[in-house]
Design a protein around this ligand. Structure first.
Ligand code: HEC
Length: 196
């Protein structure tokens, strides 16, 4: 009888302790899930913070990039303002028609014969000045007229004319050409380029 009682008590005790043990495991697991949850939350915040930082860094990177390209554009614009290929002088914008004006061509030819042939040939051959073959293709019409009207300032300020001066070592003399005369000369140069 006592033995049975003892057994029972032992069993009771055993189940009691296993019960406690299970509770403890349960409790530990609960704690573990809580810890995992916490880790997950922290991780989530860390990831969120990281991506926020990345977005910020990227956007500010973009900003500096666009700033750079902005200043790049500004630089370009400044360069174009310095050299738009039209030269320095009274002629700013010139619209040319595809057709040649034969009257202007004839006028231009006679001026050219009297004032320009001392230094220029209509080939690519160098004379006192450069050969004028292809000049109307190489240069803008405004540039050519400004070169004829304003050679001193052109060779001081215009990058292309500066280069020419460095090459030819003589400043093209100002022939006191008027603007309409320069326009006729341009027409003649165009005609010569077309017939070449
Ligand atoms: C005293 C010599 C001389 C005379 C005269 C002269 N030039 Fe020039 N020309 C030059 C020289 C030299 C250059 C090269 C730029 C420089 O060094 O000034 C030049 C450059 C030019 C250019 C640019 C050529 C290029 O390759 O882009 C044109 C266009 C031009 N002359 C047209 C004329 C016309 C048109 C006349 C007549 C009205 C004329 N020149 C009279 C010496 C002369």
């Amino acid at each position: 009888m006592i033995k049975i009682m003892l057994n029972l008590e032992c069993d009771h005790y055993a189940s009691f302790t296993t019960g406690l043990f299970l509770i403890k495991i349960n409790h530990d697991m609960y704690k573990m899930t809580k810890i995992l949850q916490l880790i997950w939350k922290r991780l989530f915040f860390a990831v969120a913070l990281f991506s926020l930082l990345m977005v910020y860094a990227c956007s500010s990177g973009d900003r500096t990039e666009s700033d750079n390209s902005g200043s790049g554009n500004l630089m370009k614009e400044a360069e174009e303002m310095v050299d738009d290929g039209k030269g320095v002088g009274p002629v700013k914008n010139l619209e040319l028609s595809a057709e040649l004006d034969q009257k202007l061509v004839a006028e231009g030819e006679s001026i050219f014969e009297s004032k320009c042939t001392a230094c220029h040939k209509f080939s690519d051959e160098r004379y006192v000045g450069p050969g004028l073959k292809g000049v109307t293709v190489k240069r803008k019409p405004e540039w050519i007229m400004n070169m004829i009207l304003n050679p001193q300032e052109m060779t001081q300020k215009d990058p292309t004319a500066k280069e020419l001066l460095a090459q030819y070592m003589t400043v093209m003399t100002n022939q006191n050409i008027t603007e309409p005369e320069a326009r006729s000369l341009l027409e003649y140069l165009r005609k010569m380029d077309k017939s070449n």
